[in-house]
Design a protein around this ligand. Sequence first.
Ligand code: FAD
Ligand code: SF4
Length: 323
Amino acid sequence: MRLPGFQLVRPANLAEVFAARRTYPGARLLAGGTDLVVNLRHGLGEPAVLIDLTAVPDLRDVALEPSSLRIGAAVTLERLTSDSLIAVHAPALADAARKIAGSAHRTVATLGGNLCLDTRCLYYNQSAWWRQSNGFCLKYRGDRCHVAPEGNRCRAAYSGDTAPVLLALGATAELADATGSRWVDLQSLFQEDGAAHLRLGDGQVLLGVRVPRSSGLVVGYEKARLRGAIDFPLAGVAVALRRENDRLADLRIAVTGTNSQPVLLKECEPLVGRPLDAALLQQVDKLVQRQVKPMRTTLTPAHGRRRMAAALAVRLARRLWGE
Ligand SMILES: Cc1cc2nc3c(=O)[nH]c(=O)nc-3n(C[C@H](O)[C@H](O)[C@H](O)COP(=O)(O)OP(=O)(O)OC[C@H]3O[C@@H](n4cnc5c(N)ncnc54)[C@H](O)[C@@H]3O)c2cc1C
Ligand code: SF4
């Protein structure tokens, strides 16, 4: 699994990033490389040029603004776990980052790379010869999906661990190209298509995220995985809630590892205003099971991942209510 040859471009500022995007249209963005380089070694893409984002100072900042915490896309996961501003204003993000990969990965892996992580599937994250012996698949080089052969869409699962916490916190994302930048809801960065799950236009770059301050939410993140030390989530759930006396004043639930995009659950509003009792937790369980759609993209059966997601949401909600 040799790394194919490529030219590495290392811009020193954003203007140079956008210039490189124009000069090398098929180029791929490289941050920590802990996802991209592994995929390139597996023969999943042969870009002639990689544009390394990690020398751009603007992308490495963590800054407190009047109403939000701004985190650059090239901030490393290790920094997410140790930065004092993040510890105060988004501790659940630090916790989610701590649960990603191993400590050596986290020293180079970035928030931007985690949010833009490629989707994963049993039939895709394999060596080239393995995939070739299966006739490849719809996501890359093939014309058939082995998970849902009757369909015409890839169902590979999005497995980034930071997205659910950021969705539950109501984060926005800054997207930019040579013409300027705009802030969008984080959810609108994603779409339910395993072969094209990011809504990043041609030449666009994710510059960073903003997390609202003082929301009064308590937030937690839990993931189920096969190996406790290092593994992608089979299901990962963030719950954010605000308690006023014995009533729920806000409830948000976001899930990763089950769909081709991270899912911010709909229909949580009707639960607000009620006490978090056994009846409400049963409704949380149903809400999760109805809205997440895992497919046979891992060795762990899909129905098990759906039930794991629901169980994690119930457990977290109960814990956060008691805090
Ligand atoms: C053994 C192992 C275990 C892992 N376990 C986990 C895990 O438990 N949970 C988890 O979430 N991940 C896991 N990962 C995947 C990966 O390490 C992390 O998701 C990491 O955060 C990716 O960040 P990176 O900077 O290395 O991304 P890269 O590999 O550099 O990039 C990933 C993708 O994002 C794109 N990209 C990067 N930055 C930007 C940007 N600013 N704008 C637009 N596109 C961009 C790249 O073009 C590429 O397509 C694991 C990886 C390995 C090898
Ligand atoms: S879901 Fe189907 S098309 Fe997508 S990676 Fe898996 S086998 Fe390939």
